[in-house]
Design a protein around this ligand. Structure first.
Ligand code: DGJ
Length: 732
């Protein structure tokens, strides 16, 4: 059993194979957080809590004159706003009398075998065949001291995955409405420690750049109020010891399975304690809970590693690849694709697409994806969104004719949609202007000439779904790219009354999930790739519905090094859409050898995004062998362990990363020359994940495993910028 209760029933210890988490109901019924970190003795870790007279920190009424008991100083499991803990809180509730002050006390608990699920929200699961080991659920119920509602704290303890998930359900058991103003999914209070906070920031075409800063007094936060998780910050953060490296030291991950507005915050308080929280961003959120109803906050996944950041990432990689992504494409080899976008943009007809597919099929490409521009009036991005009917006039043929001709080549066929988008210049907008998110009486702000549909509304979603299904049912289509090309603004739903407009943004996300779930169950064989102008919605929530996400609209291989490096901290390689595009690159003008472009794209879900007619004969031959090579490495890349060997921002010469099979019998080393130093120093790479006492072949030479890992493999002196090497290492 991964959940251990002490005899007094006041101490809850959750254990995974390597980590441990503990809470304690204290003498006043407050649920304290007492431990998170390395798995150790099951012991009452509240011995670390210091009680002292804390000036200006107040004492709860129950504590009488006990001036040394202050919520403001205690490590709490789920701190609520307004009762004397002045730090960032996890919960803020507007009571029927308009007040906000809330105190939570332990009420009850329940233990269930297996992992809980959340209605309408993504959640990590364990497979039924028992291969993922054991999972248990602990639900601790707190009640507010005014006895109006319960806070059910959910814990999923997945022993073998080394992961603990959290979620929260607020249940109104009073006679009146209550309003949630803030409900964070997880909060962790660390009593001591000097931490660094690792976050992943960026912008469109530059997502998930790593930032590591010391946690200092005050509140450091990241978040999104864009309606999506965003290009700008990712709903994943790491707290580490200051000395933690890629391979050594303590670190804690906090990842939110949510695709909308979020907040991630770290506060270092007056007593040098650190609190981290993550959940829905409270700025644009209120939620009415009617008597008897409940609200579920999205799941957060917590992990600890004592072996540095690399190990932490591998915990998330395994769990998200095997226990978050679903459907047949979780285990089936994903097809090598050619996407039309950077090859022809909007400038195509049916014949041109089929000709591209013909060329691509000769190279071994397995899936042809027709991107934006095939529907409505869509020759540019100014019009047509929302009109999901095939523009046969532009294509010069039916969709079925394109699909049939592509299938005749032995390829699969995929298609692009932006279900949430609407142009004012569209049939849909002319017929239903109120379906777009905009505030009556206020001109909406546009972005990429478009608005967004109100996906919080079921009628709107049902209409769009029926339009999409009509297209999908009209011919054989095996792949769907779900794109979104702007952030939300002017958030307002014509279907909600004034006092509930604060629900619209979250309902929008639930609406997106609802429609994805319907697509998922109606088309179980379809591969759905997520996208939001590249990686604007690259989060663990989307991965539950879309096992791969287009990582960035920046297809420059050298830029991609840091984008994919940053993404790898929280997400597996098997989820990162990555393509070889033309040269010079469309975004940067950079010239990069096709060998290197492929090396980078292979470290993701591999594909091409160019017009194959523009390739030279030599390049086509290269592509043929690249595709064969990728297929031979597929298992290793998609399911192997991933190791970051260098950081592209600081790599001296070669930037390297590596895949190793889980049994250590095989590895693939990839290195890209970022800087050239004539007459430069030698360069070595210490390999990972091999067996110390086995012998390996590298380029025909035999090396003992311990030598490759401890001393390293010398890399040749780089002679040209952006050249690359791929080395296959096999056990003899
Ligand atoms: C943004 C996506 O990221 C691109 O790949 C492409 O699909 C365009 N949208 C199409 O409008």
């Amino acid at each position: 059993m991964a959940i251990i209760l002490d005899k007094t029933k006041s101490l809850f210890t959750l254990q995974t194979d390597h980590s441990m988490y503990q809470m304690k109901k204290d003498r006043y019924g407050v649920l304290l957080h007492t431990y998170f970190g390395k798995r150790g003795s099951v012991f009452d870790y509240s011995y670390l809590v210091t009680y002292a007279d804390r000036g200006f920190s107040g004492n709860p009424y129950d504590a009488g004159n006990e001036r040394s008991y202050s919520l403001d100083a205690l490590p709490q499991e789920y701190p609520a706003y307004g009762s004397g803990d002045y730090r960032t809180s996890a919960l803020k509730v507007r009571y029927p009398d308009g007040s906000f002050s809330c105190e939570l006390k332990f009420k009850d608990f329940e233990i269930q075998e297996g992992k809980y699920n959340l209605p309408g929200l993504p959640a990590i699961y364990l497979s039924d065949d028992g291969t993922d080991g054991r999972a248990d659920t602990l639900i601790i119920t707190l009640e507010d001291t005014r006895r109006l509602f319960y806070v059910h704290l959910y814990y999923g303890v997945m022993e073998n995955l080394d992961l603990i998930t959290r979620a929260v359900r607020i249940e109104n058991h009073s006679e009146a409405d209550i309003y949630l103003e803030n409900v964070q999914s997880a909060c962790i209070d660390f009593l001591h420690g000097s931490f660094d906070l690792h976050t992943f920031y960026g912008r469109h075409v530059k997502e998930r750049t790593c930032q590591r800063t010391p946690v200092s007094h005050g509140i450091q936060s990241i978040g999104s109020t864009r309606g999506t998780s965003s290009h700008q910050y990712n709903p994943f953060l790491i707290l580490s010891d200051r000395t933690t490296t890629e391979e050594t030291g303590n670190c804690f991950g906090l990842s939110l399975l949510y695709s909308g507005d979020f907040l991630g915050a770290a506060e270092h308080d007056q007593y040098n304690q650190t609190r981290v929280l993550m959940g829905i961003h409270p700025d644009n959120f209120t939620w009415r809970i009617k008597p008897g109803d409940s609200f579920f906050a999205p799941e957060a996944a917590l992990a600890w590693s004592g072996n540095g950041l690399g190990q932490l990432s591998r915990i998330y990689h395994r769990a998200y690849r095997d226990n978050l992504c679903r459907g047949i494409w979780k285990t089936k080899r994903r097809p090598v694709l050619l996407n039309s976008w950077e090859g022809v943009y909007f400038d195509f007809n049916g014949d041109k697409l089929v000709e591209m597919a013909q060329e691509a099929s000769k190279l071994g490409v397995e899936l042809f994806v027709m991107d934006d521009g095939w529907f409505g009036k869509r020759d540019l991005d100014v019009s047509g969104l929302g009109d999901w009917f095939v523009n046969e006039e532009k294509l010069g043929c039916t969709l079925a004719s394109i699909s049939e001709r592509i299938h005749a080549l032995g390829m699969k066929f995929g298609i692009w949609f932006e279900p949430e988008g609407i142009n004012e210049d569209s049939e849909l907008y002319r017929n239903h202007p109120d379906w777009a998110m905009q505030i009556p009486g206020k001109a909406p702000s546009r972005s990429r000439y478009q608005l967004l549909l109100d996906f919080s509304r079921e009628d709107v979603r049902e209409y769009i779904l029926s339009q999409i299904c009509q297209v999908l049912d009209s011919t054989e289509i095996e792949y769907l790219k779900w794109d979104l090309n702007r952030s939300l603004s002017d958030i307002y739903s014509a279907a909600l009354p004034a006092e509930r407009q604060g629900e619209a943004a979250h309902r929008y996300v639930l609406g997106v999930y609802d429609m994805l779930e319907k697509l998922h169950s109606r088309y179980p064989g379809m591969l759905i790739e997520g996208c939001s102008g590249g990686g604007g919605r690259f989060d663990a929530g989307m991965l539950y519905y879309t096992p791969q996400i287009w990582c960035s609209d920046d297809t420059d291989a050298i830029e991609r090094l840091s984008i994919q490096y940053g993404t790898s901290f929280g997400y597996p390689i098997s989820t990162m859409g990555s393509h070889v595009s033309k040269c010079p690159n469309e975004q940067t003008g950079r010239i990069t050898p096709i060998h290197t472009r492929a090396a980078v794209a292979m470290s993701g879900t591999f594909g091409y995004e160019l017009d194959p007619h523009e390739m030279t004969r030599e390049e086509k031959e290269t592509v043929k062998s690249q595709i064969e090579e990728f297929k031979s490495y597929y298992e290793l890349i998609q399911y192997g362990d991933y190791y970051r060997l260098t950081n592209p921002a600081t790599a001296e010469s070669w930037h390297s990363w590596q895949f190793a099979s889980s049994d250590g019998s095989e590895a693939l080393l990839i290195s890209v020359a970022l800087k050239i130093h004539p007459n430069g120093p030698g360069c070595w790479c210490r390999l990972k994940g091999l067996k110390e006492d086995s012998t390996y072949l590298v380029n025909g030479e035999a090396y003992p495993g311990d030598v490759l890992m401890n001393t390293g493999l010398p890399l040749p002196a780089a002679t040209a910028e952006y050249e690359s090497i791929r080395l296959h290492i096999t056990e003899k």
